[in-house]
Design a protein around this ligand. Structure first.
Ligand SMILES: Cc1cc2nc3c(=O)[nH]c(=O)nc-3n(C[C@H](O)[C@H](O)[C@H](O)COP(=O)(O)OP(=O)(O)OC[C@H]3O[C@@H](n4cnc5c(N)ncnc54)[C@H](O)[C@@H]3O)c2cc1C
Length: 367
């Protein structure tokens, strides 16, 4: 079968698919961006954006829209026996105009990216899931399922799977997501009545586990993380009581946590694919690598995957480069996914309490 309806079909309109589609459309590539969900996600996820992502937002022209919604994080604060010990970040050696970590809610980043895509002519087609596909020499034939269950068969020169951890693209390509589950953590977003520094990430030791506090830009709002995984996320009052008690003990003073606006318990997976391209199909973001959120890398790395591939696809689609250029995506990004497993694994080990000694100290010293 020859011919195609569109240059690139992007499956998944999370931060990675949105970045991919916006960059392609700005380069004059025809794109369809479909998402199986009915609407954008509103749950809390990524908070931290790092220097390279900030550079990409800047190049996309959206940093100005994002910046008012975020705040800089300057320090890591380790609390021992009620005493804070500030370990100030120094990213001064990085060759970047943005040598800092910036906390901004993923919901905001996605909203701004959707605006960018729309301005370039790509609107998200919600309620439109990629059901199945096959590729031949000329294109990919994809079956999309619409809101009323109707099927549409379409052809795209390339298929870009940005469809998250349960990726249909990855599974259909038969790419294994190899690795292992790590720890189960409890996480919640809530107002906390505390006097700890709001420009820092806080690390506290509680018997049997570690607590972490990440500030939101909104006054008083924090993300709370408990590495013991104890608690019932569907019982917000219980979660509030549990965090209040544990934080009060760890800080050595009464600390009140209000009813969380969101709570979840999840098992961290440390996994990555061995290849990110097969023929005319690609995977990026969580579709290609999933890992602990402890070092805040998932969204950042996924956006950087998209940035790596978009200009190459545009060059090939426009006939300015040979299709062999696309091989460099896989060659450059697979090692990054693998390196992430190692670095996020190290961070996880560092923040976990050595349960064996039960004394409430870190398993390793912070780097
Ligand atoms: C609690 C938490 C905290 C985190 N903190 C950070 C952090 O501080 N920094 C950081 O960088 N990362 C963080 N992350 C990770 C970050 O949220 C993810 O890495 C990021 O969302 C991945 O983006 P994505 O676009 O690859 O996938 P997703 O955001 O999962 O988007 C995938 C999209 O694909 C759609 N989809 C799925 N299947 C199909 C299909 N068959 N057809 C069409 N559409 C489909 C889904 O509906 C979804 O919209 C955190 C995650 C969690 C859960």
């Amino acid at each position: 079968m020859t011919g195609y309806d569109v240059d690139v079909l992007v499956a998944g309109a999370g931060p990675v698919g949105l970045t991919a589609a916006a960059l392609l459309a700005r380069s004059g590539v025809s794109v369809r961006l479909v998402d199986a969900a009915a609407a954008p996600a509103t749950t809390s996820r990524a908070l931290g954006s790092h220097a390279r992502s900030l550079e990409i937002y800047d190049q996309l022209g959206i940093l100005g829209e994002i910046a008012p919604h975020g705040t800089r994080i300057n320090t890591f604060v380790m609390h021992r026996g009620g005493h804070p010990n500030r370990l100030d970040f120094d990213f001064g050696g990085l060759p970047t105009r943005f040598p800092y970590m910036f906390n901004v809610d993923q919901v905001i980043i996605e909203r701004v990216l959707r605006g960018q895509g729309a301005a370039a002519g790509v609107a998200v087609e919600w309620n439109t899931g990629l059901d199945s596909f096959r590729q031949d020499e000329d294109a990919v034939t994809a079956v999309l399922r619409g809101p009323d269950g109707t099927e549409e068969t379409m052809r795209a020169r390339y298929l870009w799977g940005c469809d998250g951890g349960h990726s249909t693209v990855r599974k259909t390509l038969g790419l294994p997501l190899t690795g292992e589950p790590a720890h189960t953590w409890l996480i919640a977003d809530a107002l906390v009545h505390t006097d700890v520094d709001i420009d820092g990430v806080h690390w506290l030791f509680a018997r049997g586990g570690t607590l972490m506090l990440f500030p939101f830009p909104e006054p008083g709002k924090w993300r709370l993380l408990d590495t013991t995984g104890e608690g019932q996320p569907d019982d917000p009052e219980q979660i509030a009581r549990q965090f209040s008690a544990k934080l009060s003990r760890a800080l050595g003073r009464d600390t009140v946590v209000e009813r969380p606006s969101w709570a979840s318990k999840f098992t961290i997976q440390q996994r990555a694919v061995p290849a990110m391209r097969l023929g005319r199909c690609f995977v990026s973001g969580d579709a290609a690598h999933v890992h602990s959120p402890a070092s805040g890398q998932g969204l950042n790395t996924g956006i950087q995957d998209a940035y790596n591939l978009a200009w190459k696809l545009a060059m090939v689609v426009h006939g300015h480069a040979d299709a062999r250029l696309l091989d460099t995506y896989d060659a450059e990004r697979v090692p990054i996914g693998q390196a992430l497993l190692a670095s996020t694994g190290e961070v996880m080990d560092t923040i976990m309490v050595d349960k064996a000694d039960g004394t409430g100290g870190p398993a390793h010293s912070p780097r």
